[in-house]
Ligand binder design. Structure first.
Ligand code: ATP
Ligand code: MG
Length: 548
């Protein structure tokens, strides 16, 4: 990827390391997802950061599955992760599995035991927690802490051989029970889990903990800068301790933390998102309301917009929450010069042009994208009966309403000036149709300058209209009275619309601006030749202001 990458504090660290030749000229990063769910836009930030940083310095980035936890992983997730990374526009150097290093990790653990730096502990999980102490009080040493090296080696082998049940023993690093950093108070580095692993099957019944496995994974691969999120800052001393005590790598990788991405009106936790899927609150991981990459893709977001967003939010050392309106701004910016517009009517009201001959029909030339003349024009049919949008008519207009109301003349975009003369009602009082007249002199493109009108609205010819399904999406989460994010009960509104006939050619995944409404995409799963289903990507108006 050749995109310009702005500089940030991580780049400053790397540049200093390059200057000092700490790792020679190498810059190797990795994106290490745990394959226990679909990636979300928070992961996109990490992906863009890792891949663009490597690219900036002529380095490489690996995709590594952090599959040290046997129970939660699934090939469906693995496939989705690869699709998402590629879709975002990145290509990994190597695709690797942490579980491929289980032998090395085991050897490293044995090494620590031999050096007297690790011991097998028989305390229960609750006891370990109680012994750990608090921020104010030092921890208490485990009775197992002073077992001999031989005893520990034997017990660790017994753990590996399956002689203990889950939880009966753990391997702990022997560091410092009085450390002010609780992570350093003899952390557990191996645990027993009699569970089938997707990669290693039943070869292992002991599995390394993240804090032990991750630095070793990085070191084996020759990662230079191991970029992770801020909650691991307090774990960095342990990361360094593991690599130093194992001692096999002369210039071990270094961990660098950055603030994780949070966005308003949504949630960024795989666990929570999985619950929404499992409880069928949403229609799968790629539900267009989801902040997953798959959801955003189906919603109509482009990789360019997401990369632009990740670039704009920058890389910081302090946690914060980004306004979802910035993400929406990025997709509008990306689409505005790229997509064609179509006339689509929601909440339709019938207009009958009483002075237009019944059997007459003409075509109006309308530009595909008013901002990009090179995108050409299309011919849109016009005849006596048309649909206009519910929002473009008021029987009793409010102040400064310049659209259609009885007695008012407006421009029908690309066609004629039209005057509304009469409202015809159904028996129940609802509007049946609007009786209007047109002025043949005012045809668009004729150079008519006789008078001006203030309102311009769009329309769809009734005879040739194509009925489409429309799903207008709103935020997944909204704040309640206490300011907490809760599920928005109106996160999707299903409706229908009348579209100009050109919409019949829309292919699944094709995007348009529905003129004066917003950006829409033909749903990639539900759109067929017979039925068009459109998702609203984003509306047209922006609440985001630069510098807000
Ligand atoms: P979650 O809490 O949503 O399950 P995770 O951190 O457990 O996320 P991983 O699969 O372990 O998910 O994450 C892979 C990488 O993505 C990690 O390096 C992690 O730090 C990064 N990452 C995850 N969430 C975010 C986020 N919101 N912002 C930035 N980076 C993130
Ligand atoms: Mg994780």
């Amino acid at each position: 990827m050749t995109e310009a990458v702005s500089t940030n504090f991580i780049h400053n660290i790397i540049e200093k390391d390059l200057e000092n030749q700490k790792y020679g000229d190498a810059v190797l990063t990795r994106f290490p997802p745990e394959p226990n769910g679909y990636l979300h836009i928070g992961h996109a930030k990490s992906i863009c950061l890792n891949f663009s940083t490597a690219a900036k310095y002529g380095g490489k980035c690996n995709l590594r599955y952090d599959d040290t936890n046997p129970v939660k992983e699934d090939m469906e997730y693995v496939n989705s992760i690869e699709e998402d990374v590629r879709w975002l526009g990145w290509e990994w150097d190597k695709r690797l599995w942490a579980s491929d290093y289980f032998d090395t990790m085991y050897d490293a653990a044995v090494e620590l035991i031999k050096k007297g730096k690790a011991y097998v502990c028989s305390l229960t999980a609750d006891e370990i927690r109680a012994y750990r102490g608090t921020l104010k009080e030092p921890g208490k040493e485990s009775p197992c802490r002073n077992q001999s090296v031989e005893e520990n080696l034997q017990l660790f082998e017994d753990m590996k051989a399956g002689k203990f049940a889950d939880g009966e023993r753990v391997l702990r690093a022997k560091i410092d029970m009085a450390s002010p950093n609780i992570n350093m108070r003899d952390p557990v580095i191996y645990r027993i889990a009699h569970a089938e692993h997707h990669n290693t099957g039943d070869k292992w019944c002991i599995y390394p903990m993240y804090d032990f496995a991750h630095p070793i994974e990085d070191a084996i691969e020759g990662i230079t800068h191991s970029i992770c999120t801020l909650e691991f800052e307090d774990h960095r001393p342990l990361y360094d301790w593991v690599l130093q005590e194992v001692g096999w790598w002369p210039t071990p990788p270094q961990q660098i933390e950055f603030a994780r991405l949070n966005i308003t009106n949504t949630v960024m936790s795989k666990r929570y998102l999985k619950a929404l899927v499992d409880d069928r609150v949403v229609d799968g991981w790629d539900d267009p309301r989801m902040p997953t990459i798959a959801g955003l893709r189906r919603r109509g977001y482009t990789p360019e917009a997401i990369r632009d967003f990740c670039e704009r939010i920058g890389v910081a050392k302090a946690n914060s929450t980004v306004e979802v309106s910035l993400l929406e701004h990025c997709i509008r910016e990306d689409l505005k010069m790229k997509v064609q517009s179509r006339n689509v009517i929601e909440n339709p009201i019938k207009v009958v042009i009483t002075n237009y001959p019944e059997d007459q029909f003409e075509e109006c030339e309308i530009e595909n994208n008013a901002q990009v003349p090179e995108m050409g024009t299309r011919m849109v049919p016009f005849s006596r009966e048309l649909w206009v949008d519910g929002a473009d008519f008021m029987e009793v207009p409010v102040k400064k309403y310049f659209r259609l109301f009885p007695g008012n003349e407006v421009r029908f975009k690309g066609a004629y000036f039209i005057t509304c003369n009469e409202v015809v009602k159904n028996e129940d009082g609802s509007i049946k149709e609007l009786l209007c007249t047109y002025d043949p002199e005012t045809r668009s493109g004729s150079g008519f300058e006789g008078r001006k009108v203030k309102g311009t609205i769009h329309w769809v010819d009734a005879k040739t209209a194509v009925k489409i399904k429309i799903r207008n999406y709103n935020h997944l989460m909204i704040p309640n009275e206490d300011g907490e994010n809760v599920l928005n009960p109106a996160s999707v509104e299903e409706t229908f619309g009348y579209a100009e006939p050109a919409i019949a050619d829309a292919q699944p995944g094709e995007r348009f601006q529905f003129f004066r409404h917003g950006y829409y995409i033909a749903d990639s799963k539900l759109t067929t030749d017979e039925e068009k289903v459109f998702n609203r990507i984003v509306d047209l108006k922006s609440s985001w202001k630069p510098g807000k």
